[in-house]
Design a protein around this ligand. Structure first.
Ligand code: GLN
Length: 292
């Protein structure tokens, strides 16, 4: 029989050899995933024996991770704002950096009762759904071009127990009939429009790490030639769906603060502000829609 300790060491070594960034942490998380032994319990008895069947399963998952498959694609779990989300190859794996965006939204919504939230390019739904889970009475819409992503988002809405306050729309940005003014139906309007759109410049996608370029959906990453394509379209076409004095909030790449601020300012948004993430990098831009 192999011990927890021996498996952890063995797995860490395999991952290190394949240059996996957080080798020991990932070996640990896979060990926890397979055996159910938390890191706290591990320290109580690192010599505890692991059944051979479990040890073999662990070794298989280590081989997958050594092939640079993201940990979250192996376990189908991702943690965001303290909630667990189901993820697969149809959605961008939720990033901790994006919590900065959600925290800013919570601040803006603090004194609002029953706010309505529009999440463009919702993917796994992690932004919209964590907001709904943390803000009682809030409701909203998640839009995405990918029906497979929306399937994941709907599953997560159930998982977080907010399915009754979330609706999902398949739409190429604002092109679906849902966003159109049709007979007897006004445009849907929201207190905030929030989005983490694809923003990587097409030419540099190849430079990203294998876990990202090889496994996150390309349509969730590619912001076209200058990386700003989706900001441009969301600012110009999306403004109609934001209430007066409502806000637009974007996640951005570290070098896009100025460009996205300018887009919002040119469209007449006020109080435009760039906010940094925990690493001190520009990560979020917000602006308030003026009243007429
Ligand atoms: N932050 C992601 C990355 O590191 C990109 C996400 C996006 O394009 N919205 O690759």
């Amino acid at each position: 029989m192999t011990s927890l300790e021996a498996l952890l060491k063995e797995g860490t070594k395999v991952l290190e050899e394949k240059k996996i960034q957080e080798a020991r942490l990932d070996a640990w998380l896979l060990l926890e995933y397979v055996t159910g032994v938390s890191r706290a319990l591990y320290f109580a008895d690192p010599k505890k024996a692991v059944e051979e069947e479990k040890a073999e399963e662990y070794r298989k998952l280590i081989v997958l991770r050594a092939g640079h498959i993201p940990l979250q694609h192996i376990t189908h779990q991702a943690y965001f704002m303290g909630f667990e989300f189901y993820v697969d190859e149809n959605v961008l794996v939720p990033r901790q950096d994006t919590e900065t965006l959600v925290e800013k939204a919570l601040e803006i919504l603090e004194n609002q009762e029953k706010p309505r939230i529009l999440d463009m390019c919702t993917g796994s739904g992690c932004i919209l759904l964590s907001l709904l889970a943390m803000k009682e009475g809030a409701s909203g819409t998640g839009a995405d071009i990918s029906p497979l992503a929306l399937k994941v988002a709907k599953q997560n809405a159930k998982g977080l127990n907010v399915a009754d306050r979330a609706e999902f729309v398949e739409s190429d940005l604002f092109l679906s009939p849902f966003f159109a003014e049709t007979t007897g139906k006004a445009l849907p309007v929201y207190d905030i429009l929030i989005s983490n759109p694809p923003y990587i410049r097409s030419a540099v996608i190849e430079d990203l790490m294998e876990e990202v370029k090889g496994h996150d959906p390309r349509i969730a990453l590619d912001g076209h030639e200058d990386g700003l394509y989706f900001y441009r379209r969301i600012v110009s076409e999306g403004s109609a769906y934001v209430k007066e004095n409502g806000w637009m909030l974007f996640e951005i790449g570290y070098d896009q603060g100025e460009d996205v601020s300018k887009l919002l300012e040119k469209a007449g948004f006020r109080q435009v502000q760039v906010i940094q993430d925990l690493a001190g990098l520009d990560r979020v831009v917000i602006g308030q829609k003026p009243h007429r």
